[in-house]
Structures are given as C-alpha cells and as structure tokens.
Design a binder for this molecule. Structure first.
Ligand SMILES: [Zn+2]
Length: 343
C-alpha cells in the first residue's frame, strides 16, 4: 500500500480525492491487565519525610543518582521495581541513591476496570518540568507534587525515569537532545540485553518532561537524564526489562557518571531522532493496521493511517513509528515519526 513508494521525501498528509471505499480496521481494544498492581503502602512513611521518596547513602562520597517511577499512576511496573529495591536495598560503594514514586496518589486510584483513569489526577505529571511551570502561580495536584520532589531531582547527577506504554511497543530509551544525556542513554543501550534504541527529540508538544528539567537538558547543566519506555504497561516482560535496566544502571553508576559507559558485554546501540508529530484532525483517525511501536516502514509514501478525508503517509524510507496511539481523540498525538541518525 503506497502513495509513491521509493521517494525519499514525501508529504505526510494527503487529501483523498473522494470518499474512501476502503474498510477501516476496528479500533483496538485496550490491552488486558496481566501484571497486577504492587502493594506500595510502605511508601507513605519514609526516611526523607516526603511520602514516596526514599534515600540510601554509601559511606564514601560519590554521585547522586535517582530512579523515578509512577510519573504516570497506571504505569506500575516501575512501582514493583522500586518496592523491590526498598525491601532489598542495593549495596552501594559510593554516593547516594534516591528512589521516587512520583504520582502515588494517582496510582491509588487504579482499578482494572478503568485502567486508563489513574494516569494522573489533574494533569500529566510528565509535562510540568519547565521552570515556567514549576515557578509559576498555577496549581494542580501534579504541580504541587512536582514542586515537593524537585529538591531531590535538582541534585541528581544521574536520573533514570521508568515508564511504560499503553500500546505494545519495542522497549527504547528517550533522551533530551543534549549530548551528555544522549551519551548516558547510549551507555545503557550499549549494555548487552538492554533495549538498544535511543530516541531523542526537541521536546514534547504538551510540555516539558522530567528528562527536560534544566539539570539534564540545559546546555550548561551537569546532570545526565534519560527515560526508559520498557514495553506495555501491564505485561510481566515489561517489568523484566525495567529490572534488567535498573540492575545495569546500579552496577555502573561511576562509569555512567564519569564517562557515560557501562562495563561488561556490549552490543550495538542505535540512535533515532523524532522528525514529525502526527496529530489526529478527525474523530475517526485509524491506522491501516495495529502497528506496534518501533516498527520500521521501509518505503517513503506508505499509507499508515486514515484521518477523515486524509491519508497519512511515511515521509522517508525506513521511517520508525514511535508508540502509535490506536485510540487518538481529535487533536491528540497519534504517532511520532523518527529516522535513524548517526551518533
Ligand atoms: Zn509514562
């Protein structure tokens, strides 16, 4: 299925000549909740006096490293990982580890019958991390909580932010478009057995993510930050990817801090850059098939979706689909398009 396959540059959106006779696929059903939520009741009283924030300190000084989970309340594979670390703290040779369950209040609202509702209470907590929002006069549950945990983020030399996706996707890392953080993500992605793809972009249209906080994304900042999208929210395999990544992270703190490198067996890591955000302009946006995130579309001009009277085509050869949203509402992001780049 191709508009003009073979061209290297192709319009993404084309108006269909007349009413389409093509059959649109059924809208995808929301994936089942296989992995059940963890018991996080122990996080209400912590050694920092801030609920959901726990620190462990080594005797020797060293880097400050932070693992965040539950920025989105229904992505609770990260809650399992942090709860396991709380119960069995890692042996630290130097520095300080901070574990943060960011949106515990949203997580508490999770119910298997309405698994999407617990993503946040008032606004997306992973879009509020600009100085403008954090220092502004607006308020919401998520902004209040972001301001509460910001002191622990501000001091981080390394930040690993654990996420998962609603729709099935190959796991991958996301780094802000700053060399020190891209290098950090690449260091993790080069460790054998971890996700090998690093996606970077110029930000998210809805607001600044945690990895875009100045400490990790400003030109003059010192911290390195990246985000792991470990797979579908509620699959045991997603938890496994998070556990493996956290293990490599914790075993290589010094190397990642100083050189953005891990020891041990290595693999080839790959870099991708997001070139386009495709937003649904109609209520009946539908992909031509249930593309999985990370799919490579070989030919420019391949029709990947219908949007009202438009068709959506890939703009270049070997276009990567980043987390297609199989139920976008009017005005919502439907898919991001990325191409492979050199490091
Ligand atoms: Zn998330």
């Amino acid at each position: 299925m191709s508009c003009k396959a073979g061209l290297r540059h192709h319009p993404i959106r084309l108006r269909k000549a007349g009413l389409s006779e093509e059959l649109f696929p059924q809208r995808a059903s929301i994936p089942s909740v296989v992995l059940l939520p963890p018991d996080l009741s122990a996080w209400s009283v912590t050694n920092t006096d801030v609920p959901g924030v726990i620190t462990f300190e080594a005797h020797a000084p060293g880097p400050d490293f932070v693992i965040t989970g539950l920025l989105h309340g229904n992505e609770f594979a990260s809650g399992h990982v942090l709860e396991r670390l709380r119960r069995t703290p890692p042996i630290l040779t130097s520095g300080r580890l901070t574990l943060i369950l960011a949106n515990l209040e949203a997580f508490k609202c999770f119910h298997v019958r309405q698994p999407l509702a617990a993503r946040y209470l008032e606004e997306d907590m992973n879009r509020v991390w600009s100085t403008h929002r954090l220092r502004g006069s607006e308020t919401s549950h998520e902004l209040r909580r972001a301001r509460e945990i910001e002191p622990f983020i501000r001091r981080a030399d390394l930040l690993l932010d654990l996420h998962s996706t609603l729709w099935p996707s190959e796991p991958f890392f996301i780094a802000p478009h700053v060399k020190r953080s891209v290098d950090f993500a690449a260091g993790l992605a080069s460790a054998e057995g971890l996700p090998s793809a690093v996606v970077s972009d110029l930000g998210h249209q809805g607001g600044a993510r945690l990895i875009e906080y100045d400490r990790f994304a400003a030109t003059v900042g010192a911290g390195r930050g990246c985000l792991l999208e470990a797979g579908q929210h509620w699959l045991p395999e997603t938890l496994q990817i998070m556990e493996q990544t956290v293990e490599v992270f914790l075993q290589n703190i010094e190397g990642l801090h100083l050189h953005a490198q891990t020891g041990g067996p290595q693999q080839a890591a790959h870099s991708f850059f997001v070139t386009d955000n495709v937003v649904a302009r109609s209520a009946d946006f539908a992909f031509t098939q249930l593309w999985e995130g990370g799919t490579t579309i070989p030919h420019a001009g391949t029709v990947i979706a219908h949007d009202g009277r438009d068709v959506i085509c890939t703009p270049y050869d070997d276009c990567i689909l980043i987390v297609p949203n199989h139920r976008p509402r009017f005005g919502q992001l439907a898919v991001r398009l990325a191409r492979r780049t050199a490091w």
